[in-house]
Design a protein around this ligand. Structure first.
Ligand code: E4P
Length: 217
């Protein structure tokens, strides 16, 4: 399973990219809005220069015509840019039109497996089920990933990748991999938490103490 970073913050992207683990980046209008005053095109093109993988830029139009217009523009900024459209009928129409231009789409805000099946049929490159937001409703978000993985597996024509979105904690990453996700997009904080373990810290301390005692004996 690949790891994407779910942020528009360039410092976080630089840091995670330097760890050698990043295969792509997802952004959305909320994440872009957090980067106060920064120009959308400048942020997306800089991310696309930093990470050589799919960089999701989200459309804001509600109609397919507008999504296609925005998608064509964003995709012209850099070959790594892919276009995020919502899981709506207009989104499906936009995916199939953008696919004819050779532009890859990430169908976002997916909350049921029928949306995922239809997105795949329309030619989506990525489907993004929102695990954490489903969990928030009291329903098991990871069950959605498992169901979509089952549906996609039994249909050889489907090549759409399953991206576990709305990841809230390190255990979500493990569960997404076991449930059959191809990608998990993670907030920077969750990746930092994932690499922290008290026994790792204690082990380093012990090894250093033993090494120093050896030098002084
Ligand atoms: C990624 O593509 C999604 O936009 C993101 O994971 C949503 O996460 P949230 O539910 O924490 O806002």
């Amino acid at each position: 399973m690949q790891i994407y970073l779910d942020t528009a913050n360039l410092a976080e992207i630089r840091e995670a990219a330097s760890w050698g683990i990043l295969s792509g980046v997802t952004t959305n209008p909320t994440l872009i809005a957090r980067e106060k005053g920064a120009d959308f095109k400048a942020i997306i093109t800089e991310i696309a220069e930093l990470v050589d993988g799919p960089i999701s830029a989200e459309t804001i139009s509600l109609d397919a015509e507008g999504m296609v217009r925005e998608g064509l523009e964003y995709a012209s900024w850099h070959p790594n840019v892919i276009i995020k459209v919502p899981s709506t009928t207009e989104g499906l129409r936009a995916v199939s039109q953008l696919a004819k231009h050779g532009i890859r789409c990430n169908v976002t805000l997916c909350f049921n497996s029928v949306q995922a099946l239809l997105a795949a049929r329309a030619g989506a490159f990525i489907i993004s089920p929102f695990v954490g937001r489903v969990d928030d409703t009291g329903v098991d978000g990871m069950a959605l990933i498992r169901e979509i993985a089952g549906i996609y597996r039994q249909d050889r024509e489907i090549t759409t990748k399953i991206l576990a979105a709305s990841i809230r904690h390190p255990r979500h990453i493990v569960e997404a991999a076991l449930a059959g996700a191809d990608i998990a997009t993670c907030p920077f904080k969750v990746l930092q938490q994932a690499m922290r373990h008290p026994l790792t810290d204690r082990g380093i301390e012990q090894f250093l103490a033993d090494w120093k005692s050896r030098m002084s004996s």
